[in-house]
Design a protein around this ligand. Sequence first.
Ligand code: A3P
Length: 338
Amino acid sequence: NQKQEEIILSGKEVQQLMQCLPKATFVGSKIMKYQGFWYHDNHIQNVLAFQRHFQARDTDLIIASLPKTGTTWLKSLLFAVVNRAHYSTNHHQNPLLTNHPHELVYSLETDVYSKAFVYPHPHHLNELSSPRLLSTHLPYASLPESIKNSGCRILYITRNPLDTLVSLYYFSMKVMKKYFSMDVMKMILGMFYPTPSMEDFFEAFCEDRIPFGPFFDHVVGYWKESLEQPDKVLFLKYEELKDDPTIQLKRLAEFVGMPFTSQEESEGVIQQIIDMCSIKKMKELEVNKTGVINKLFEKKTYFRKGEVGDWTHHFTAPMVEKMKKLMEEKLEGTDLSY
Ligand code: A3P
């Protein structure tokens, strides 16, 4: 169909570009470097389509993150804050109780502009009412021009890199375990074996070879924008959200132009949202226990432990020391720390 062709881009164009890109592997899957960042080879086409066709609205709210840094949690919190006037948080009609957060806040390059066109279709974006809630893993520099130049706002979340790695390891292992024998998985992620270890993930990270990374370039890119354009980019940390969710939720609500009123505060609305979006509550929901997102990822794999500091059980002292040095080097000149 003609509309799809407009968005998919010609296979030839994508092939030509992919031939020129630097290539590597990330724990067995093929990745390519585009505009300084790594992508699974099956994502390149989506990224190009997203960059070329997405038209931001001034009212859009876009979550940006590296995978496994708290995207799903932030999706649920943002949805709850923005829609709090429509659905009382303890009401059974709140869509967060009957939908996985990824079904309420669409991922742009991995869902909307996926060549698989599962759901939603890119044209569906035009039908969404404002403010549209969307998400991306692209680095700031690679975002479509219309995101940078419109009034839309970006909420970035980051997380301790070692905890992110632990989370990525378990997520990837679950996905591989379920699918690696299936042809579809090999086709989609280009996986081959042997089974990767935590050391393999760690090594890939330290060599700046992780999907959507290098990690610190991604973080510093958004961090700089949050300083230069504080009304455009809100910078959040997973650990701070865990530590004091009330303060961070107030920051979030103010940033999106919907601050909590004193009446809401005294009625306990903030705490209700925190409780509804807690990992414990999210895990208990039937909708998050079964089924898959976009025919591939089991919904339950997005909720594991949800803790700060799980890394202490997974890395040796030399590995921790190596990461500490890497952090010092890469974050020099910023006041960022984890
Ligand atoms: P762990 O694997 O460390 O438990 P992402 O959403 O970016 O894919 O990140 C997934 C990580 O966020 C997982 O971390 C997951 O458990 C955690 N997470 C998901 N929902 C959460 C919530 N409501 N509160 C806290 N953490 C959550």
